[in-house]
Design a protein around this ligand. Structure first.
Ligand SMILES: [Mg+2]
Length: 391
């Protein structure tokens, strides 16, 4: 079995913000197949192609994406060689929403200036090969999309991957854990929260339609940020309002990726917040580690004694003070430092000082005084109060 270690990403010292994009109608105004391919295989109207493809799916209980992949392959017969190169070539015709081409590098650099690593990922039901033909293909850490298996002549013969709206979510877990290879089984391993490379709170998911809802919901419900985009030309926000109403997203904006536009501002604000938040998370994690290691270096008995001394210090009424004294009396030995602390409380804490002559408290401190090798100022003061030479 292949070892996927080399393909895994591990946690860095800087936090990572993973921006995951749907492709069709999120980065590009139309479905990718409608931007040259469908016309090239003889359809005047792309809706005819989709009708046929969806009918094929319905009539055969077939996945809609597998149906369009089958349809693309069969319709190419006699017209073009259905190869990876052909699909890549068709990808070159894909146009993008305003600002998309410059967006990725600009946001990556914004992250660097805020001590945050920004990574871009595609999670699309469209075709990987076509996305790989676009001019933004190199901007992504990974493109998760449907793809074909090609024979020795480079001709597509079988689906290799099919990404539909429900299995889209698995890629979020791959990105979260850094197990990016599609066949890496360690995506199912349990990771210590400390070792998770991209916690969900650092995810941004950008999409446009119902097919993005499972991903958006997963990201939003785990503290991340889902954004719906709508076509800036039509300005139709119906879908965005629906997703907002249903709690799928936190933000929506026109799909204009240019500098200074609303989407740019939202994403930069999320990066700002992540930078500050992750600083606090690191402090929290260090404190937890310190406390755990302190616990490991202290016996259960010593911790119980330290907690009893703290309870005495914090006692705010006589009933509590007497009840803590009853617990303290059960301890046979006190270290020098513990004993010093108990004398300090007796001498300085007004609550304890006020009941030093009560029978049980007096007995406890008399025993402690009897065991002390030498008396410091606090111990002497406690002794004087108990003996009535000082009040
Ligand atoms: Mg879409």
């Amino acid at each position: 079995m292949k070892d996927y270690k080399d393909t895994r990403k591990h946690k860095e010292s800087k936090p990572v913000v993973a921006i995951c994009y749907d492709f069709d109608k999120t980065l590009t105004p139309d479905n990718m197949q409608e931007q040259g391919y469908i016309q090239a295989v003889g359809y005047e109207n792309s809706s005819e192609f989709w009708n046929e493809s969806n009918t094929l799916a319905e009539n055969n209980d077939m996945d809609q994406n597998l149906a369009y992949m089958y349809k693309m392959r069969t319709m190419a017969r006699g017209i073009m060689l259905f190869t990876k190169e052909t699909l890549k070539e068709k990808g070159k015709d894909i146009t993008f929403f305003p600002g998309v081409v410059e967006w990725f590098d600009r946001i990556r650099r914004y992250g660097i200036s805020h001590e945050v690593i920004v990574e871009h990922y595609i999670i699309s039901s469209g075709l990987k090969e076509m996305i790989e033909g676009t001019k933004v293909a190199d901007e992504f850490e990974k493109i998760y999309a449907s793809s074909f298996y090609y024979d020795e002549k480079g001709v597509a013969v079988w689906p290799a991957q099919v990404v539909n709206y429900t299995n889209k979510t698995q890629f979020l877990f791959r990105i979260e854990k850094g197990t990016l290879n599609i066949n890496d089984p360690s995506v199912n391993e349990s990771f210590d929260p400390d070792k998770v490379r991209v916690p969900f709170r650092n995810f941004i998911y950008i999409g446009d339609s119902d097919t993005d809802i499972p991903c958006m919901k997963l990201v939003t419900s785990n503290g991340g940020h889902s954004i719906a985009v709508y076509n800036p030309t039509t300005g139709d926000k119906t879908q965005a309002y629906k997703m907002m109403r249903e709690g799928r997203i936190k933000y929506y904006a026109p799909a204009d990726y240019s500098e200074g536009k609303e989407l740019d501002e939202i994403v930069k604000s999320i990066i700002d917040r992540t930078a500050a938040n992750e600083k606090l998370e690191r402090i929290f994690s260090d404190k937890i580690k310190e406390q755990r290691s302190a616990d490991e270096n202290q016996s259960k008995e010593d911790r119980a004694k330290a907690e009893m001394i703290l309870a005495l210090e914090n006692s705010r009424n006589f009933a509590t003070t007497h009840s803590v004294i009853a617990q303290l009396k059960s301890v046979a030995d006190w270290s020098q430092a513990e004993s010093d602390e108990l004398f300090r409380i007796g001498a300085e804490n007004s609550q304890v000082k006020g009941v030093l002559r009560d029978y049980d408290v007096k007995k406890f401190y008399q025993k402690l005084l009897g065991k002390a090798k030498c008396l410091n100022d606090n111990a002497k003061q406690v002794k004087d109060i108990i003996e009535g030479t000082l009040s």
